[in-house]
Design a protein around this ligand. Sequence first.
Ligand SMILES: Cc1ncc(C[n+]2csc(CCOP(=O)(O)OP(=O)(O)O)c2C)c(N)n1
Length: 290
Amino acid sequence: MTAEAPTNVNPFEMYYRSDRLPHIWCPGCGLGTTVNCFAQALINSKVDIDKTAIVSGIGCSGRTAGYMNLDSFHTTHGRAIPFATGLKLANPDLNVVVYSGDGDLFAIGGNHIMHAARRNMDLKVICVNNLTYAMTGGQTGPATPMGSISATAVYGSYDEPFNMPSLMDAAGAVYVARWTTFHVKQLEKSMTEIMNKKGFCFIEVLSPCPIMYQRRNKQGDAVDTMKMYKEKGKIRNGAHTFETHMVPGGDIVLGKFVDRDRPGYIDLMRQHLHEKLGEEFINEGVPVCA
Ligand SMILES: Cc1ncc(C[n+]2csc(CCOP(=O)(O)OP(=O)(O)O)c2C)c(N)n1
């Protein structure tokens, strides 16, 4: 009996635009791990990838759309959610995934994400949180922990960062989870779940940024961050999102915190237009501008 010939073909190859390689991500960056989890989630969830689009803003995380072999939209900084909203409204049959960074989604794009959650827009949002604006050199952003040294806070940041799960829960997201790049199986499972869930779904993924964040803060390399995630990450599925606030050096509460259902924007819009205007104004569920 002979062993099977070894193969060095990446099983996710078909989901990537390999012609775009090499990628721009630094050694030790966690983005590749998140993308592999996402590719696995596409397989597990059995979604039709011909009906799946990915939208990113600008940033290291925002490069993801350009590397995935899906219908990809690499949009302007902070505007991934409005582009994705337009896409979904124009073609409600599409699965629309937003994949971007903490700065893109919660600073310049903060207004958009809040309102998309409030409206329960049918989007799947994956926010890779590396605690900084990595692409532009490591400035303080809305997720930077208090006391961190950054390119714009050389004596340490004195801003409170957002508690993203709490914000998304309060705004009305129907699915809210937080994982790290150490918790790949759990991340993959959450990503799989949101691919089959209707409504505004949000996953925060904590991811190492050894070059732009950790080096300045003397936090070692990516392996040190993975060890920290393992040690400090406490899985508490169903925890109240008031309890997910992160403090430097403290435990990091992980898990699926919210999984509920409520009417979404598109269904409400259809129902409203149907009631007010009648059949003739509805073309396959999408309002026709008269
Ligand atoms: C309108 C606009 N403002 C600012 C920038 C510069 N810019 C590019 S990426 C970025 C921050 C990205 O941070 P984040 O979303 O956290 O992504 P990361 O690079 O950390 O993955 C900024 C400020 C820009 N491209 N466009």
